[in-house]
Design a protein around this ligand. Structure first.
Ligand code: ATP
Length: 367
């Protein structure tokens, strides 16, 4: 299901030229963005880039200085937080310590206009959804951190909001539990069909859970796309560098008929890369380490190949990362899969090796 590929689909949320100033500081700068119904959308960026400010404007805790935000086609500027079909789940969960899991989930429903007789069925549904039936009678301090996180989620979803905002929801969990909970979140999002917008500074998390990711920098969205497009075709050095590992090589591209020939170092052959660029330009060539093959002998039929010496090796179980030093001192990272089923020679420090890659392995960036 990918409504964003369908121009006829109406967005659930529309930011139009939204600017948010705090005094003379601009936290959000002329931002335009559509988020569609049923999306799991991630806002990703370094601390201070404006992620939380965007969320707070959606929730109604802040108003844009200029610009409009629409929810379901209606301007929500003057709709107070409690009258928006929006709920926000905070990192601290904010569960009531003296209430049971069941009562925590029922709390918001009792204060809503839901018929009292319908509340137990709704709470049961939420307990089932978050696999908490066995814990209904326990207090928050009698359950684990992961379970508390699920109670908070159940409570946030009980009133069936159109939009759920999750601000670093897994920040308090350790790495393993965090990974498990990411899959649970995806599962629950899919089952309920609620639009989720998650704020995170963890790029792996954003790439795992989200159907689309917006990468932010200093109050603007630099790129918004599906995780694989963000990873494979970053639109700028900022995005390429922010997401995953990358080799960044500066040079000058001579462009001819969709192919860039990049001169980048004295004494090295130019890099060949397919590109959409049409004019010669200064550029940064970005290539992921796993796109680079490392071999003992000079490879044949590879458009790009360079010789170097192994400087460092990091063994990470399923993969190994090699740092290879070129004669001019520049270091290139290459990554290989450690798959025993494939007989692969491994290399050691100071081995002379060849690095090679194809003309579609990397991207030529000018921003
Ligand atoms: P983090 O990941 O650290 O939470 P963030 O991307 O969520 O960061 P925001 O909390 O949105 O960032 O803040 C964006 C910028 O706006 C920051 O520089 C912050 O200092 C500033 N800011 C946020 N709220 C206010 C406020 N009420 N008054 C003044 N400046 C603010």
């Amino acid at each position: 299901f990918a409504p964003w590929d369908d121009a006829t689909e109406k967005p659930l949320i529309r930011f139009r030229n939204v600017t948010k100033n705090f005094g003379d500081f601009t936290a959000i700068d002329d931002l335009t963005l559509d988020i569609y119904a049923k999306e799991f959308f991630a806002l990703l960026g370094p601390s201070g880039c404006g992620k939380t400010t965007l969320m707070r404007m959606l929730a109604g805790f802040e108003k844009p200085t200029t610009g409009t935000i629409e929810l379901d086609g209606k301007d929500i500027a003057n709709v107070p937080p409690n009258q928006r079909a929006v709920n926000m789940m905070f990192q601290s969960y904010a569960l009531f310590p003296h209430l049971s899991v069941y009562e925590n989930i029922a709390f918001g429903l009792k204060r809503s206009d839901m018929d009292k007789a319908d509340i137990p069925a709704r709470v049961d549904e939420m307990l089932r959804l978050t696999r908490l039936q066995k814990f209904a009678k326990r207090k928050p301090h009698q359950i684990s951190g992961g379970q508390r996180q699920r109670v908070a989620l159940a409570r946030s979803l009980a009133k069936a909001p159109k939009l759920l905002l999750l601000d670093e929801p897994l920040g308090a969990l350790d790495k393993k539990l965090r990974h498990e909970t990411q899959f649970e979140l995806m599962d629950i999002q899919e089952k309920t069909g609620t639009t989720f917008v998650i704020v995170t500074h963890d790029q792996e998390e954003a790439m795992t859970v989200a159907s689309r990711v917006a990468v932010m920098d200093a109050g603007v969205i630099v790129q918004v796309a599906t995780p694989d497009r963000i990873y494979e075709t970053p639109n700028s050095v900022y995005v390429a560098d922010f997401i995953g590992e990358v080799n960044l090589i500066e040079g000058h591209a001579a462009v001819d008929n969709g192919v860039a020939t990049i001169s980048w170092a004295e004494g090295q052959p130019p890099i060949t890369a397919k590109t959409d660029l049409t004019a010669d330009t200064q550029c940064t060539y970005a290539v992921r380490p796993e796109k680079i093959t490392i071999t003992q002998h000079e490879p044949q039929d590879r458009p790009n190949k360079i010789k170097g010496a192994v400087l460092d090796i990091a063994y990470l179980g399923n993969i190994s990362t090699y740092h290879v030093e070129l004669p001019d001192g520049k270091v290139i990272k290459a990554q290989t899969a450690n798959d025993r089923r494939i007989a692969r020679r491994s290399f050691t420090w100071e081995d002379t090796v060849w690095l090679s890659w194809t003309d579609t392995a990397g991207v030529v960036l000018t921003a």
